[in-house]
Design a protein around this ligand. Structure first.
Ligand SMILES: Nc1ncnc2c1ncn2[C@@H]1O[C@H](COP(=O)(O)OP(=O)(O)O)[C@@H](O)[C@H]1O
Ligand SMILES: [Mg+2]
Length: 376
């Protein structure tokens, strides 16, 4: 039987829940030519949301084309321009032969040297084997607008994990070019989204940076408990099993409605249940959730210094006055400079977040693991 819960791939179809307002807003903005910067911690549902919006827009309007670029795997400037050009061209052509000739018109310098046709999807992919020169770079960034205007299309360019581009040494140059070219485009909308909140904020909310006020910044929220509870209860029913509303709520409580963890914990519980969820099944599944994710947490923590770990302990115990003498001594947090730096690093890396005067762990399962790991 196919499991009614899913994680590790994008949420789709009956697995995609809620996000009604986010979807409507995103569609409206992108169709109006307003660029969107979508930000949330990892695995809350950005990629799934943007994909769902893209599909809806293309289904509703045959003149809309959406292309997806994953910046996570891009590590050089050349690679960025190649992938950008290739994705934009592929999304705009439907038929093979004609498409290739057509695209050659749009790029004079950077002629695609190799064209691959994907046998399974019949999609065309362009592999540009060239080192972009200064003028090619601008030409490539202008590409979506040229194609969109010539073919009467609205092109939506989605760039996932956008903040990764900031790690490229030439990023300041790229950023300036992107902004100046893209802001003149009328038939293209950009949707940039990413998980590293601090980095995204630095790129889009800093008045000295090119992308300041480039478009609408949206802080994606979590899906609310009531939607999850309904989804979980129905998914069990549909597959001949049953879970009480109380247990469904406990799944949401313990995962703090974090999309990935709700799906993963629900899956473990569902998998261990023959007919009815019990206390024992619930507890064992929760431990399995912690254990499954432990290698990732372990790996994360290994990258931290002793004083950074000390700060996590302090947050975990609710001691937010890091600079207070007693706290400093109890947790060996280092001097004032170290404390200030660690506070920034741990927030940059999304381990902790500040809420008024308090700090919280961003990842609820990481906190459970942390508690178990250092419980004595
Ligand atoms: N709208 C949704 N409905 C149900 N599950 C979702 C939804 N959005 C995300 N998820 C769950 O969360 C996981 C992570 O989602 P993803 O879109 O990859 O997040 P992000 O891009 O923010 O890291 C998905 O694999 C899925 O299990
Ligand atoms: Mg994602």
């Amino acid at each position: 039987m196919k499991a009614p819960f899913q994680f590790g791939s994008l949420a789709e179809k009956e697995n995609f829940i809620d996000r009604v307002d986010d979807r409507a807003l995103l569609k409206q903005l992108l169709m109006s030519g307003i660029h969107v910067m979508l930000i949330s911690p990892r695995r809350w549902g950005k990629s799934s949301l943007v994909k769902a919006v893209g599909e809806e827009l293309m289904a509703e309007n045959k003149n809309v084309r959406v292309c997806y670029i994953d910046a996570f795997s891009i590590s050089t400037e050349t690679e960025f321009y190649r992938v950008f050009a290739s994705r934009v061209m592929s999304c705009a052509v439907s038929r093979f032969k004609k498409g290739v000739e057509e695209m050659k018109k749009f790029i004079t310098g950077a002629v695609p040297q190799l064209v691959i046709r994907d046998k399974v999807t019949e999609f065309v992919t362009f592999d540009l084997r060239f080192q972009p020169q200064e003028k090619d770079k601008l030409e490539i960034l202008e590409l979506p607008e040229k194609i969109a205007a010539a073919k009467g299309l609205r092109i939506i360019v989605c760039i996932d994990e956008f903040q990764q581009l900031a790690n490229i040494p030439q990023y300041p140059d790229m950023e300036g070019k992107m902004r100046s070219v893209w802001q003149q485009q009328h038939n293209v909308s950009y949707c940039m989204y990413g998980s590293k909140r601090h980095m995204m904020t630095e790129i889009f909310n800093d008045s000295t940076k090119p992308f300041y006020r480039f478009g609408q910044v949206i802080w994606l929220k979590k899906i609310e408990e009531r939607y999850w509870v309904e989804f979980i209860v129905k998914a069990f029913e549909r597959t001949g099993k049953s879970i009480t509303t109380e247990f469904a709520k406990r799944i949401c409580d313990v995962t703090k409605c974090h999309s990935w963890y709700v799906q993963q914990l629900s899956f473990f519980i569902w998998n261990a249940t023959d007919s009815q969820v019990t206390e024992e099944i619930f507890n064992r599944a929760l431990q399995r959730l912690i254990d499954t994710n432990a290698p990732m947490f372990q790996n994360d923590v290994e990258q931290l210094t002793a004083s950074q770990k000390a700060m996590l302990h302090a947050v975990n115990n609710g001691n937010y006055q890091f600079a207070a003498e007693a706290t400093k001594r109890m947790y060996a947090m280092g001097n004032a400079n170290t404390i200030a730096r660690n506070k920034r690093i741990l927030q940059d890396k999304d381990y902790i977040e500040q809420k008024g005067t308090r700090f919280d762990f961003v990842d609820p399962i990481f906190q459970l693991w942390f508690n178990q790991e250092y419980s004595n």
